[in-house]
Write a protein that binds this ligand. Structure first.
Ligand code: G3I
Length: 304
């Protein structure tokens, strides 16, 4: 096929992008969005600070806008993210112990209930493991409520929206290393104890210091072998030209080679939409033109 979404669909997969609600009025942005992508992830609009700015008072306007647009275009929605140490409203940052645990559970329940039936996959817990070689949990206010906070978040999300796939999502877990080994052990433990987890998201933010790992596909496969789906959730790759295009092709082929890899989401549409202050890590240039990286992805989706 001739677009990312349609080509991915022919392979039984989706091709998505992060979307910012305030950009939907930009005709170039919306034009590419509607044409190319059949899954969307709200870039910031479903986070705790956006959805519950005041404790117990929920605000869904911007996220609802993205979900409504997705529905109108027949696109899936990846929910991002129910429980995360970052982008918490200040009231939550100031809580601890039982009060914070209860607030987290209420937050997961309210947000997952609001979107019940409309979310393909939820990032239930985001970035809960530490970087480096320890394999430890990241220290955070949520972690300090007790090591079981992750499984509590998953059980709570399942109760609120039984149809959504529930994912654990992280970065620097894209290859086999101490951090991904720790996530692997958690997923294995959850599966053995019946904690509801359906998928693992691999953010896949790559640059020259942290390129696509040589064991990327093998890492996706070992998680899939645990009985969960895998998804590439926030893909961007610093660089340009053929080198960048080749890396995007490698990532795309890795997902296609893993039966349980459901799809790929890039973290923005044009280079100018990227969270990275400078650089050119996406598939379209600042004017919305297709880059070599775009062609590499499209060709990979259409080959074989
Ligand atoms: O909304 C406020 C606005 O009111 C204020 O005037 C402005 C001034 O700085 O800030 C706005 O908030 C910004 C927000 O994006 C919305 O644009 C925050 O400062 C900014 O920090 C925030 O950045 C987001 C970042 O997550 C925060 O952690 C990026 O857009 C978003 O792309 C990025 O996404 C994360 C994923 O959620 C998790 N994985 C890593 C990924 C990249 O960092």
């Amino acid at each position: 096929a001739t677009t990312l979404g349609a080509s991915a669909a022919e392979k039984g997969r989706y091709f998505g992008t992060a979307v910012a609600a305030y950009k939907l009025s930009d005709a170039t942005y919306s034009g590419i969005l509607n044409r190319e992508f059949n899954s969307v992830t709200p870039e910031n609009e479903m986070k705790w600070d956006a959805t519950e700015p005041t404790q117990g008072q929920f605000s869904f306007t911007s996220a609802d806008q993205i979900v409504a647009r997705a529905k109108a275009n027949g696109a899936k929605v990846r929910g991002h993210a129910l429980a995360w140490h970052s982008q918490q409203p200040s009231w939550a940052q100031n809580l601890s112990g039982t009060a914070l645990r209860n607030a987290m559970v209420n937050h997961v329940t309210q947000v997952a209930t609001h979107y019940k039936g409309q979310i393909d996959s939820w990032d239930v817990v985001n970035e809960a493991f530490a970087d480096g070689g320890t394999g430890a949990r990241r220290d955070s206010n949520l972690q300090r409520t007790g090591n079981d906070w992750i499984e509590v978040a998953f059980r709570t999300a399942r109760a609120a929206d039984p149809a959504a796939k529930l994912c654990y999502n992280d970065y620097n877990t894209d290859g086999q290393n101490a951090k991904s080994n720790a996530v692997f052990a958690m997923v294995q433990d959850f599966k053995s104890r019946g904690v509801p987890i359906d998928c693992v998201g691999f953010q896949s933010h790559f640059n020259s210091a942290s390129p696509v790992p040589s064991d990327y596909q093998a890492n996706l496969q070992r998680f899939a072998n645990l009985g969960v789906d895998v998804q590439i959730t926030e893909l961007d790759i610093e660089g340009s030209g053929t080198t960048q295009a080749n890396s995007f092709g490698t990532v795309t082929r890795a997902c296609l080679a893993v039966t349980r890899c459901n799809g790929i989401t890039v973290w923005g549409i044009r280079d100018s939409d990227s969270w990275r202050a400078s650089g050119t890590p996406l598939l379209f240039d600042g004017s919305g033109n297709k880059k070599a990286a775009y062609t590499a992805v499209l060709d990979a989706l259409n080959s074989g």
